[in-house]
Design a protein around this ligand. Structure first.
Ligand code: SF4
Length: 95
């Protein structure tokens, strides 16, 4: 086996390990994700804005890592899947 063959085999092994890790990360990344269906329903939560009202400009919204990431809501306990583009009846304008 020459050096190039050895490097190629090593590269393939690392690549295979990386590919095998992706589904695990995808599952782990959502391990703490949760929704609160009962409260969502009672507040008529929807995954889209209502006019210019959205979770992103609601004072109850708890932002995710970035402005586009899913976050939480002080009204919908335990829910970590609130879209900044969502909306519900408990919307209150962020000051
Ligand atoms: Fe979104 Fe409603 Fe929570 Fe405001 S109260 S952040 S509109 S889910």
């Amino acid at each position: 086996m020459d050096v190039n063959e050895s490097l190629r085999r090593r590269f393939l092994k690392v690549g295979a390990a990386a590919l095998a890790t992706i589904p695990v990360l995808a599952v782990c990344g959502r391990a703490d994700a949760a929704t609160n269906a009962a409260v969502r329903t009672s507040l008529k939560y929807q995954g889209k804005p209502e006019g210019d009202k959205s979770c992103g400009n609601c004072m109850q919204f708890v932002p995710g890592k970035t402005a586009k990431d899913l976050g939480g809501c002080k009204v919908i306990a335990g829910d970590t899947e609130i879209s900044p583009q969502g909306y519900c009846l408990a919307w209150v304008k962020k000051p």
